[in-house]
Design a protein around this ligand. Structure first.
Ligand code: NAP
Length: 526
């Protein structure tokens, strides 16, 4: 498929007239053809108008139509073949094998949501029978189902050009809920965005759905994203990126005449707790696994373990030395964009000059412009607690080891932390008593607690949580990965004493959709 540099507004390919922009190859440090036409306010207006028109027909189409539509998107993405992988590789410098894996996850995610749509539990169909004889007052017939909130704006992530982008988790969950989607393409992967956008556009047509179910807008600078979040037709926002960008969108959304929710996934250092039993039994293997996790994908994972908490003891120095040795063996690698590489270098330089912080190892250096050198730092818990900026995320292949004198100090550090996507516990049975003291704090602070694993790598499944209290996300009640991500784009409606003829199918007495429903407080499929 040819990349044209157009926006996709409903069924049309539209050339933006507000200047041009090009994607960038960070490995060659050069722009990539073709030029893309930048859109403006009129294009946002058109995309949002189409989305508003599509909303009712889309949400009222059968669940089977919606599920097949999601499957058609998955098939159309696979049909793009190597063209998609090649373009994503050039635009992101991510290895092709990694991108193939990411494509598999993107397709798997769409299929998971297709099966979820068919099964219909997310509708939360609930029926409370009328109690006409109840004293002192009778009870009405009450029936509840969840409906989609309306058109959703999605901001794709730079670090997942497929799985968190145009057809990624936000789009898949919003479409599954029954919401039309308008995507703002990430400027780092414009070509990848157009290819995937065309796969969705084709699926809309093949499924006989209204064209406004999907649009893709492109812009130079923040204006187009701001216009999108301000548009009255947009009822919710999904975002993955920087804390600054996420907070800017939250502010815009809250100042609208009708404020709307923004589900922004922003920053997290993902504390990694290493307990004495684990250190004694497998300190060196742990150090190697940890360094692999820190440097995976040039450290450009939101779940990167950027902070290690370890108790001082006979095996602590051996663990730090083994991690330093492993990290020194890692080479510099190209980051996603020149801006991200600069931000990484600035962050590392600032950390290196922080009071009481030592650089214990760095990887092999390079001359490449957009490359990142892995760096490992060490400090004490007392120093960490005294320096607020040591908790800041540095997006890239670096981590800070914090040594704690005792469990009391480790608990203080945990309590001091901001909200996180993940916390990892490396422990053996003789560490459980210590871990038990930490767990209540971690439950308050993080979205996912793992034992004896590494936080990078997020399963797309029913029980997954990729979320957490601020600043990990702007709304700690939600997840952006896994089946529960659909909940962000739904709201409950109650129907009181509505004639059977006017009720939605999910709430009919005979249960024609064969849903699991809560009937008078009991979960039944009848
Ligand atoms: P970003 O700068 O936050 O941009 C993400 C998206 O939001 C882009 O489409 C951007 O488009 C848009 N945007 C940003 N600020 C905006 C604003 N004020 N108004 C409207 N739209 C706005 O993130 P990035 O480019 O991916 O990377 C920059 C930094 O973000 C990285 O160095 C890293 O620190 C962090 N990051 C973190 C994660 C994570 O998972 N924790 C993931 C990726 C990036 P425009 O620029 O065209 O407006």
């Amino acid at each position: 498929m040819q990349i044209t540099g157009d926006m996709l507004l409903g069924a049309s390919a539209v050339r933006g007239t507000q200047g041009t922009l090009r994607a960038f190859d960070p490995a060659r440090n050069a722009e990539i053809e073709p030029a893309f036409g930048a859109g403006g306010a009129a294009d946002v207006e058109r995309a949002c108008e189409l989305a508003a028109q599509a909303f009712d027909p889309y949400r009222l189409a059968s669940l089977e139509t919606r599920a097949r539509f999601l499957e058609a998107i998955a098939e159309n993405i696979l049909a793009l073949g190597d063209t998609l992988i090649e373009r994503a590789h050039v635009e992101s410098a991510l290895p092709k094998a990694r991108l193939e894996g990411e494509r598999g996850r993107t397709v798997g995610q769409l299929k998971l949501f297709a099966s979820l749509v068919r099964e219909g539990r997310w509708l939360t169909a609930t029926l409370d029978s009328a109690l006409p004889e109840r004293k002192p007052l009778p009870r009405s017939d009450l029936r509840l189902q969840k409906i989609p909130v309306g058109p959703v704006a999605v901001f794709g992530a730079s670090n997942f050009p497929l799985a968190f982008s145009v057809a990624g988790g936000d789009t898949a969950s919003a479409l599954a809920a029954g919401c039309p989607v308008v995507v703002k393409a990430h400027p780092a992967h414009l070509g990848t965005s157009e290819l995937v956008g065309r796969a969705i556009q084709k699926a809309v047509a093949e499924s006989g759905l209204p064209e406004g179910v999907f649009s893709l807008v492109i812009g130079a600078g923040n204006e187009i994203g701001e216009a999108l979040v301000k548009h009255p037709a947009i009822k919710s926002v999904g975002f993955t990126g920087s804390r600054r960008g996420g907070l800017a969108l939250v502010e815009i959304a809250s100042k609208r005449r009708e404020p709307i929710p923004v589900f922004a996934e922003m920053s997290s250092v993902n504390p990694f707790f290493v307990f004495p039993g684990a250190l004694a039994k497998r300190g060196e293997a742990l150090a190697n696994g940890f360094v692999d996790s820190v440097t995976l994908g040039v450290g450009q994972f939101c779940t990167n373990p950027g902070l290690v908490l370890v108790l001082e003891g006979p095996h602590t120095r051996g663990f730090i030395d083994a991690a330093a040795k492993a990290l020194a063996g890692k080479g510099a690698q190209t980051m996603l964009t020149a801006g991200i590489a600069t931000a990484y270098r600035d962050g590392v330089a600032q950390r290196a000059s922080s009071n009481g912080v030592q650089s214990v190892a760095q990887g092999a250096s390079t001359e490449a412009t957009c490359a990142a050198l892995p760096v490992l730092f060490e400090t004490t818990a007392a120093q960490f607690l005294a320096s607020a900026q040591l908790e800041d995320e540095i997006f890239g292949p670096t981590s800070l080891i914090v040594t704690c004198a005792d469990i009391g100090e480790m608990l203080k550090v945990a309590e001091h932390l901001e909200g996180q996507l993940t916390a990892t516990l490396q422990l053996e049975a003789d560490d459980y008593a210590l871990a038990r003291q930490l767990l209540p704090t971690l439950e308050r602070k993080v979205g996912r607690i793992l034992a004896n694993g590494f936080p990078t790598g997020v399963e797309v499944s029913y029980a997954m949580v990729h979320g957490g209290p601020f600043p990990a996300t702007s709304d700690g009640r939600a997840t952006s990965v896994g089946a529960t991500a659909i909940e962000r784009f739904l709201r409950p409606v109650c129907y009181q004493d509505l004639p059977a003829e006017l009720l939605p199918e999910a709430l009919h007495d005979g249960n024609p959709l064969h849903l699991w429903r809560l009937r008078d407080g009991k979960l039944v499929q009848e």
